[in-house]
Design a protein around this ligand. Structure first.
Ligand code: SAM
Ligand code: SF4
Length: 466
């Protein structure tokens, strides 16, 4: 299908009309929607506004409970971990909330050489990471795309002993279909791109220079990625720029467009909230700051509205907020992150950072913390290496069959982490978490598969997956 026929549009009048319809408090209707959500079939556009408007504490608790149930049923105790790898903070755009914006002349600018990238990857591999998200500013120079492609190669090629990075996702500026094809050929996992705000007038105010000022070019980027064959794509909004209710409905509309056009919705949805950024007054006082309670609602609503789409939470959020939202729906988190190029290998000050972090703990601390909470930290990279991407992944995920892979893979990948990186104390916490999950695996076949895989890792095998 030619791209022009498929390009998404965000119908502002429809979203505004849908939002303005909610007036009465109707517990019966709320409970009907929550019952529908518990069937794991997702929600429609019209179901969301009454839930967004909820204030009644009991009904709110019912919403959060429903989200917890959906999360538990589909994702169990697994929590996928990754780290961002900033390869460059050079940028020609002017996004008012970002420290990398062109006019921020005080920022220490740097594009890492391939040797520096290898040093960063080495530091991340030595901590136990297996999944990275490559991130860069946007310079509009063709040579810099070559640099990015080379960087991805460098990441995959950097191994320390048996440890290496097994999945590279990317968060990069929109590109053309031919460039997306080259990105796919570089073996990326997910292509991630946030619309920042789906509200066109706000978008224009926030992005005042450079290629990113073009709202439509950005909105249609995931279509181009899918057209180029990248079928695992991540979308999101930067919460705080405009009314979160509008953004949530727009994210749903974008997801529905992808599903309708390509037969597969987004693989992940990210929920970044604006954090303070060097030299940006706007980042310190976002025009539509999202309260903690509304943020919990955002995660819970996404979880029940699109149950099979992963939700990604970054270290922008504090450890406390991360704990709460894990149960409400988050399925992937970054850990031990730095948001400046060179931030992992260099011990010096983080003076080229994109924004400040709410959670500055190391991977080790995060792993210990979440294992103590009963989660299985997962470093699994099986799906994309087994070709289970896009519609193939969703076909398995929707009837719940993906769990038969995810449970054993998550456990085996965590066992590998414990063998290679954990201290004896951490290992004790981790082994007991693994034993508990194994004991609770109801399906005898899944249980047996998981037990065999974990044993194989204990005996020295690495990169065990199914
Ligand atoms: N430069 C590319 C772009 O803008 O799409 C890709 C990388 S950009 C560094 C990644 C994301 O960082 C942006 O999409 C934006 O949502 C997020 N970001 C920028 N400034 C931020 C801030 N102050 N707080 C939280 N997230 C921020
Ligand atoms: Fe550049 Fe991306 Fe930051 Fe905008 S958000 S200034 S495009 S790095």
């Amino acid at each position: 299908m030619p791209l022009t026929e498929t390009a998404p549009t965000i119908d502002h009048s429809l979203i505004e009309a849908t939002l303005s319809q909610v007036s009465t408090h109707d517990p019966k209707r709320i409970r009907e929607i929550l019952a529908k959500a518990r069937e794991l079939k997702g929600l429609s556009f019209d179901d969301l506004p009454p839930l967004m408007a909820l204030r009644d504490p009991d009904l709110l608790e019912e919403l959060f409970d429903t989200a917890r149930q959906v999360k538990q049923q589909i994702y169990g105790n697994r929590m996928v971990l990754f780290a961002p790898l900033y390869i460059s903070n050079l940028c020609a755009n002017e996004c008012l909330y970002c420290a990398f914006r062109a006019s921020n002349t005080g920022l220490h600018r740097r594009m890492l050489t391939q040797d520096e990238i290898a040093a960063e990857v080495g530091a991340l591999v030595d901590e136990g990471h297996k999944r990275l998200l490559v991130v860069a500013g946007e310079t509009h120079r063709a040579a810099d795309f070559e640099h990015t492609l080379e960087a991805i190669q460098t990441v995959y090629a950097t191994a320390h002993g048996k440890a290496n990075i097994r999945r590279v996702n990317v968060n990069l500026a929109p590109m053309s279909v031919p460039d997306f094809r080259r990105l796919k050929a570089a073996n990326i996992g997910t292509f991630q791109l946030f619309q920042e705000t789906y509200h066109r007038p706000t978008y224009a105010q926030m992005h005042i220079r450079g290629r990113k000022a073009d709202y439509d070019y950005r909105l249609s980027a995931i279509d181009r990625a899918m057209t180029a064959g990248i079928d695992d794509c991540g979308i999101g909004a930067l919460f705080g720029l405009y009314d979160w209710r509008f953004e949530l409905l727009a994210v749903m509309a974008h997801a529905a467009h992808l599903e309708k056009t390509f037969g597969v919705g987004p693989h992940t949805i990210s929920v970044p909230r604006i954090e303070p950024a060097d030299g940006s007054d706007l980042a310190s006082a976002p025009p539509h700051a999202v309260s903690d309670q509304d943020f919990r609602k955002i995660v819970a609503l996404l979880r029940i509205a699109v149950p099979y789409t992963g939700i990604i939470l970054s270290t922008r959020e504090s450890a406390a907020m991360r704990h709460e939202t894990f149960a409400l729906g988050v399925s992937q988190i970054s850990a031990g992150s730095r948001t400046s190029p060179g931030g992992y290998a260099d011990a010096g000050p983080d003076d080229g950072a994109q924004f400040s972090l709410g959670d500055t703990r190391s991977l080790r601390e995060v792993v210990q913390d979440i294992a103590g909470l009963g989660y299985i930290p997962s470093f699994c990279t099986a799906c994309y290496r087994m070709g289970r991407t896009g519609a193939d992944f969703m076909d398995l995920a929707k009837p719940g069959d993906i769990k038969t892979h995810c449970e054993p893979n998550g456990l085996a990948s965590f066992q590998e982490y414990l063998e290679d990186f954990a201290t004896p104390d951490e290992r004790a916490v981790g082994e007991s978490a693994i034993a508990k999950v194994l004991a609770n695996l109801d399906d005898p076949q899944v249980h047996e598969r998981a037990r065999r895989m974990v044993d194989a890792v204990r005996k020295g095998k690495r990169d065990v997956y199914c």
